[in-house]
Design a protein around this ligand. Structure first.
Ligand SMILES: *Cc1c(COP(=O)(O)O)cnc(C)c1O
Length: 488
């Protein structure tokens, strides 16, 4: 075990430096600016480029990312992000556009977006796509608004959204945010139980949200039957596209009879996850729902692209301008680079890697609901409990071996869950090394695990506090620490 993270003493950029480059404005620049544009309270650290580079490079060495190691964080599809996609998105013709430019000057950008919409339609088996939503969860939120608009257009009020108990937490949250009551459906052998679904649907069912393969990595074989039950009840079927990496080219949400789908570009299509954003979660729909998509729609006539705002039944806008354009460009580059056959191969290798690793680990842990998995699998760390060790301890110990921790304690129906998704981008050697590390950790002193990680820049942090008590800016930090804002 030779992994060790760097530790740097990195102060905040604001600490110990003057702020406000606006103070340095040259007299003639100052004179040329209207009075009301002269800001006096602009709080920015006044640092040389060299200092900024040092700051961020040092910080990056104290972190773990997809570029420096295996990152099997289940459900998140932390695949390698090819650098060519970053390069393309940095081109002048991409990064120097302004969203308020006249459409005649951004025809190329509109073409890239229209092409991406078309490619996602084909991959997803849907008829129309909006690129606006900024994440998968935002796509769900958009999709639920479309569900509501659809039922309203039929003069129906439906109050309930059903989802299986393996659902990701964002699913119930999105449905609730749009005002729906959420009904949790119990599973059988890890999959939707048809009889329970039949008993749950009613005139009040607005939609059923499902991901397939589900979060256990199991393919819901009864999906056609599920679609039939939902549609006969007059409800819509929503596809959570987070697990699309398992099925590309083999089937599609459209073929499985889903009506609405979101794509997590930062998962399946190799764009950066970026600490919660910016990402992109385009939403695709079948023909009957196209009129409800957000405005503006990109339309083409006589070889010219334009923006159509005149859509009376649209749910409106869900994001400013076009969504996260630089992210969309990266996904476009990735899809074009892979091609249809390439994407199919991505899914084949993701599933192969997952099953290869599962075979190596399944005897070390419990694996409920046996059998083959798709792109990810979930183990139960309940065997560890007997030794006084939790799944979280095991996960943290993996960091000492240079591997990012898998997802833990999700899905909720598995005790001490450990959710592993290797993705297609790792070599057999990496998978073998990971399995070997797991084997070794299993025979280590429990105390070593409980106090892990030992080789990371930081030991355990208070994750609940970090999520609930966020301080995201210097201004917020000052507010919180009750310090007075003083400016030179
Ligand atoms: C990641 C994920 C989501 C949410 O997507 P974000 O892009 O992170 O908002 C929803 N469902 C599942 C199953 C996921 O893995």
């Amino acid at each position: 075990m030779r992994y060790h993270q760097a530790v740097h003493d990195v102060p905040l950029m604001f600490e110990g430096c003057e702020s406000g480059p606006d103070d340095d404005l040259e007299d003639e620049v100052r004179a040329a600016l209207p009075e009301y544009l002269l800001r006096t309270s602009l709080m920015l650290p006044d640092l040389a480029e060299r200092e900024v580079v040092k700051h961020f490079v040092n910080l990056s060495q104290m972190n773990f990312g997809v570029d420096n190691g295996f990152y099997p964080l289940g459900s998140c599809t932390m695949k390698y992000n090819p650098k060519i996609c970053d390069e393309v998105s940095a081109w002048d013709t991409v990064s120097n556009l302004h969203p308020l430019q006249d459409v005649s000057t951004v025809q190329g950008a509109l073409q890239v977006m229209a092409e991406l919409e078309d490619m996602l339609c084909e991959i997803g088996g849907v008829d129309a796509v909006t690129l606006q939503p900024a994440a998968g969860a935002h796509g769900e939120f958009t999709g639920m608004h479309i569900v509501r608009a659809y039922h309203e257009s039929r003069a129906e009020v439906r109050k309930e959204v059903i989802l299986p108990e393996t659902a990701h937490g964002t699913n119930p949250a999105s449905a609730a945010m749009v005002g729906y009551d959420v009904l949790d459906l119990p599973s059988k052998d890890g999959c939707v139980e048809i009889e329970a679904l039949k008993a749950a649907v009613s005139d009040d069912t607005a939609a059923f949200m499902l991901t397939n393969p589900n979060t256990l990595g199991l393919f819901e074989r009864d999906v056609e039957e599920i679609a039939k039950i939902i549609h006969e009840a007059g409800a819509l079927l929503y596809y959570d596209g987070a697990n699309l990496n398992a099925i590309m080219g083999k089937t599609s949400p459209g073929k499985m009879d889903f009506d609405i789908v979101h794509f997590n570009l930062h998962k399946t299509f190799a764009t950066p996850h970026g600490g919660g954003g910016p990402g992109a979660g385009p939403v695709g729909v079948k023909k009957l729902l196209e009129e409800f998509l957000p405005v503006p729609r990109i339309v083409r006539g006589d070889g010219v692209y334009s923006l159509d705002h005149d859509r009376p039944r649209s749910i409106g806008k869900v994001k400013s301008f076009f969504g996260n354009f630089a992210v969309l460009v990266r996904a476009h580059a990735y899809i074009v680079m892979k091609g249809g056959k390439g994407l199919e191969r991505v899914s084949e290798e993701a599933v192969l890697n997952s099953n290869y690793l599962k075979e190596q680990l399944k005897d070390l842990f419990d694996m409920p609901y046996g059998d083959l998995r798709k792109h990810e699998f979930v183990l139960s760390g309940s065997v560890l409990k007997k030794r006084g060790v939790r799944t979280m301890d095991f996960a943290k110990r993996l960091l000492d071996y240079g591997f990012h921790a898998p997802t833990v304690y999700f899905p909720l129906i598995i005790d001490e869950a450990l959710m592993i998704e290797p993705t297609e981008s790792e070599t057999k050697d990496t998978l073998d090394a990971f399995a070997e590390a797991c084997r070794r950790i299993m025979s280590e002193d429990p105390e070593l695990l409980r106090s892990a990680p030992h080789s990371a820049a930081r030991s355990r942090i208070d994750e609940v506090k970090a999520a609930r008590d966020m301080v995201l800016s210097w201004r917020g930090y000052l507010k919180k620490s009750d310090a007075t804002i003083s400016r030179a």
